[in-house]
Design a protein around this ligand. Structure first.
Ligand code: MF3
Ligand code: CO
Length: 260
């Protein structure tokens, strides 16, 4: 069931999206060598609560953190831990904020210190593919148009697309219908229309697309242990345009010339 949002609900979605975007800006301050992912998780949790929000990942299905921590080969759903970020790592921070009953969901993958040029290229392509997906996400198009655009963009550049995890609808719940896969055929799936709110979140691998879930039941990593990148925005569809509700501007402000 796809829940279409009223203009009043969209206003609340905008507020939640702004708070999650600001949270990623806070995280950006700490995405540095020597910082533990647990510290970053604590900073995010406190920031969200100080601003009247609820850290929606915390306790979701038993997830033990505010931020899904995606270091190097971790694709999604890594636990915050004592792991200290190191020069050359990539660190994806994926988090959901609930504010006044509505959710904003966003992910940004940070290079930590100096990162190998090949890995930076994976980050750039993954981020670009998010915007390619957003471009395809227009009223009157279908979900498959987004999927196909992301897949084509990444595979042409020699990367592979994780298939087991998808983008999704969002609203009062962090995961609503429809699913938004990052691969598939153009012209299939639900029609994109006014009032829909969607998250697009390409998860793109340097090596093969295969993943494994660790014994903790959550942590998803690449089978070949090569790096994986992940970026995500929350969107609202109007009659004529698609509005990107989240923004990387707060991250860019913090990172300055380290922003890629
Ligand atoms: N953006 C992630 C997703 O859509 C958020 C997961 S929160 C968790 O799957 F609690 F499930 F980890
Ligand atoms: Co999501």
């Amino acid at each position: 069931m796809i829940y279409l949002k009223t203009p009043e609900q969209l206003e609340l979605m905008r507020n939640a999206a702004t708070l999650v975007s600001r949270t990623l800006g806070e995280i950006a301050k700490w995405a540095l060598p020597g910082v533990t992912t647990r510290k970053i998780d604590t900073v995010a949790r406190e920031f969200i609560r100080d601003n009247g929000g609820i850290p929606a990942c915390l306790g979701y299905g038993g997830f033990p953190g505010t931020v899904c921590c995606e270091v190097n080969e971790t694709v999604v759903h890594g636990f915050p831990s004592q792991y200290e970020l190191r020069e050359g790592d990539i660190f994806g921070a994926d988090t959901v904020v609930e504010l006044d009953g509505f959710c904003g969901d966003m992910c940004y993958t940070f290079p930590i210190g100096e990162v190998d040029e090949k890995v930076l290229a994976l980050l750039r392509t993954t981020k670009e593919s998010l915007y390619v997906g957003i471009e395809a996400c227009r009223p009157g198009h279908r979900i498959g148009d987004i999927s196909n655009a992301v897949q084509t963009y990444c595979e042409r550049r020699g990367y592979s697309v994780v298939r087991e995890m998808c983008g999704h609808g969002i609203g009062a719940k962090m995961h609503e219908d429809p699913e938004v896969p990052n691969f598939g055929r153009r012209g299939i799936g639900p029609v994109i229309r006014n009032g829909m709110c969607l998250c697009i979140e390409p998860m793109i691998n340097m090596g093969s697309r295969n993943i494994v879930i660790e014994r903790d039941g959550w942590t998803c990593r690449t089978r070949d242990r090569k790096p994986s990148a992940h970026y995500e925005h929350t969107l609202a569809i109007h009659d004529d345009i698609t509005e990107v509700l989240t923004t990387f501007d707060y991250v860019a402000q913090e990172l300055g010339d380290r922003f890629i």
